[in-house]
Write a protein that binds this ligand. Structure first.
Ligand code: EPZ
Length: 421
């Protein structure tokens, strides 16, 4: 397995471009199954998770065509099998996103139950209950979700999410796009990626209103036509590079992004002492060489502070002035990076869903192991500010969510290289 070697102590300084959002690209690729003709999706990030989704389509008989600008054309009419096999689903739980579109468009689907993952049990009960509310008959057996639409197809329904679920909202929204009649989703997720998906469905002729609020109304249509769509920028990749620059006391200008989709993160960076300036599609952060101040964080559904930025802020607090409390309210086991950071000399105490981080002037480079996508990003940030070399193992976690991370960090002056394992 590849490893990353990082020699800390460099103050980052430079400009980078942000890639398309992984967590928007995945539902949008799934939604292409709804169309009755070829659909082109542009600005896809070159990530392992995207490759996995395209490989899943290949296994179902759909051969995506990748053009010279790396946009992907998908024609769902060539689908041959409606089964999403376990050996692929187990590597990427977001595969569950093909369930709703397949039942809505083809009347049935067999999707492996995604297991839990490192950060939590990750149930999909809301996805199943939402489809049942629309008349789907669903059995869970042999590790597979077997779903069939009722005679005449799915029917519009009112559905209340008792927990705010991003992919749950997305799955049911996609199914509702082709259901008969009106669906109203209450306590829906408000994430920008949900809005991006709604815009894509509407670009194909769908009728989705209210995305971005907690009540989404979808009027089902007979068919969805071909379209070309560009995926929104990745707000978590954006936040990760801003935190990396802040932790090193440096400066970064991130381009091809959108400052309006990560306001909670920008507020916390300002509280940590960063000078932030923004334009329509760029954000510049400058610490002017100063050490960051510790901040308190509490994760919650959008527009509150995103759980996907929690690990990165623990790294920031680990070398900040003062003590910061970080409360994780979304997932039950999302502090595994803490135990790796202890190996680098970080002073962090975990009590239940709270991590108390007392900043220290210096961390020490050490061999550490990535455990999940955002945890691995926090280890990279800690390595950038540590004395000496840090060797990060199992970096396939990083490759799932950060396109060309070493090249982008090298452009900011970091001493980082990938060694084949
Ligand atoms: C999405 O996961 C993201 N993934 C996650 O990003 C992100 O951390 C998460 O939303 C929260 O923002 C994608 O969009 C592909 P949830 P998702 O359903 O949809 C409970 C990353 O790093 N729940 O919003 O799977 C669940 O247990 C990844 O890019 C149910 O109880 O998360 C959790 O406590 C990690 N029943 C809470 O809801 C369900 O049926 C939020 O989970 C579904 C979820």
């Amino acid at each position: 397995m590849d490893k990353l070697i990082i020699t800390g102590g460099v103050r980052l300084d430079g400009e980078i471009r942000i890639s398309g959002a992984k967590n928007s690209a995945l539902p949008i690729l799934a939604a292409t199954l709804l169309a009755d003709g070829p659909v082109t999706v542009a600005n896809l990030p070159h990530l392992h998770d995207i490759t996995t989704m395209i490989e899943l389509f290949g296994r179902m008989g759909i051969e995506p065509v990748i053009d010279e600008k790396l946009a992907v054309e998908i024609d769902p009419r060539t689908i041959k099998t409606l089964v999403a096999p376990y050996e692929l689903v187990k590597t990427m739980r977001a595969s569950i996103l093909v369930l709703g579109p397949m039942v809505a468009r083809f009347g049935e689907a067999e999707v492996a139950l995604p297991g839990g993952c490192a950060i939590g049990s990750r149930p999909v009960d809301l996805h199943i209950r939402g489809l049942e509310a629309m008349g789907a008959m669903i059995e869970v057996e042999g590790g597979y979700i077997k779903a069939k639409a009722p005679e005449g197809g799915l029917r519009g329904a009112h559905f209340f999410f008792d927990t705010v679920s991003v992919t749950g909202t997305e799955n049911i929204m996609m199914a509702a796009a082709l259901a008969k009649g009106r669906s109203v989703l209450q306590n829906a997720a408000r994430e920008p990626e949900v809005v991006d998906l709604a815009n894509f469905i509407n670009a194909m002729g769908g009728k989705v209103q209210g995305a971005g609020t907690d009540t989404i109304t979808i009027d089902g249509v007979e068919r969805l036509h071909s379209a070309t769509y560009k995926v929104m920028p990745d707000r978590i990749e954006t936040g990760t590079y801003l935190v990396a620059a802040a932790a090193t006391g440096g400066r970064v200008k991130v381009k091809d992004t959108d400052p309006t989709i990560l306001e909670a993160v920008l507020e916390k960076l300002k509280e940590a002492g960063a000078e932030i300036t923004t334009g329509e599609d760029w954000i510049e952060l400058n610490m002017h060489g100063k050490r960051p101040k510790a901040v308190n964080i509490r994760t919650a559904p959008y527009p509150a502070f995103p759980t996907d930025m929690q690990a990165q802020f623990i790294s920031l607090n680990a070398i900040a002035e003062g003590t910061g409390a970080v409360i994780e309210t979304i997932f039950e086991n999302r502090f595994m990076h803490v135990y790796e950071m202890h190996r680098m000399g970080a002073h962090i105490q975990v009590e239940g869903n709270t991590a108390i981080v007392t900043g220290t002037l210096k961390l020490k480079g050490a061999p550490v192991m990535a455990t999940d996508l955002r945890a691995s990003a926090s280890l990279v940030i800690s390595a950038l500010v540590a004395e000496g070399d840090t060797l990060i193992d199992r970096i396939y976690h990083i490759d799932r969510g950060y396109e060309c991370i070493e090249e982008k960090l090298q452009m900011l002056g970091a001493r980082i290289r990938r060694v084949p394992g």
